[in-house]
Design a protein around this ligand. Structure first.
Ligand SMILES: CC(C)(COP(=O)(O)OP(=O)(O)OC[C@H]1O[C@@H](n2cnc3c(N)ncnc32)[C@H](O)[C@@H]1OP(=O)(O)O)[C@@H](O)C(=O)NCCC(=O)NCCS
Length: 148
């Protein structure tokens, strides 16, 4: 397994299979996908298949104005590989990369169903829960303070 930069369209298959399952939408494109500075990182297996995806959007967190933030979006691991450490590897690689680039904060709209994953990776929950528009699933904002 290794981590590489991938294109926006490389993320679509896993976004559809993993993030759009049992939701009212099949839209796999995010408005931020092609913003300047956005990076899509993926985990590639030995056969060259992308088995996890993540998108990193330079964007301030509303709850932490003035701090240089990066929003993690589209975090997904192929269903047959979940709970094997792949997502953790990807999240930590993105955190390291953005910490080294001078970002102060990583934040995400985290599904409540995935909260254990974010808490294990040093995120804290901010504010009240909400139903996210696209998926209609319960979410909370999570934040991780980055240290260079
Ligand atoms: C959330 C998600 C991205 C995490 O990716 P993952 O590859 O499953 O992540 P990991 O394997 O690193 O960690 C997942 C769990 O497996 C456990 N785990 C990690 N390595 C393990 C191993 N070697 N053996 C057994 N369990 C392991 C971790 O403890 C973790 O438990 P937790 O959920 O209670 O924290 C993935 O489960 C997923 O795609 N879920 C559906 C989509 C989703 O909810 N995305 C997030 C949107 S905000």
């Amino acid at each position: 397994m290794h981590i590489i930069e991938i294109s926006t369209t490389d993320t679509y298959a896993l976004r559809l299979a993993v993030l759009r399952e049992n939701t009212p939408t099949t839209n796999v494109s995010f408005p931020e996908d092609d913003w300047p500075g956005v990076t899509h990182l993926g985990v590639v297996d030995l056969a060259g298949a992308i088995v996890a995806t993540s998108s990193w959007v330079p964007r301030e967190c509303a709850e932490h104005p003035g701090r240089r933030g990066v929003q993690l979006r589209g975090m997904a691991t192929s269903k047959d590989l979940q709970s094997n450490g792949v997502g953790g590897l990807l999240l930590e690689a993105g955190v390291q990369r953005h910490t080294e680039a001078g970002f102060e904060l990583m934040w995400a709209k985290a599904r409540d169903a995935a909260m254990g994953f974010y808490l294990r990776h040093h995120c804290e929950v901010l504010g009240e829960g909400f139903i996210e528009d696209a998926t209609q699933l319960p979410h909370h904002i999570v934040v991780r303070h980055l240290r260079s």
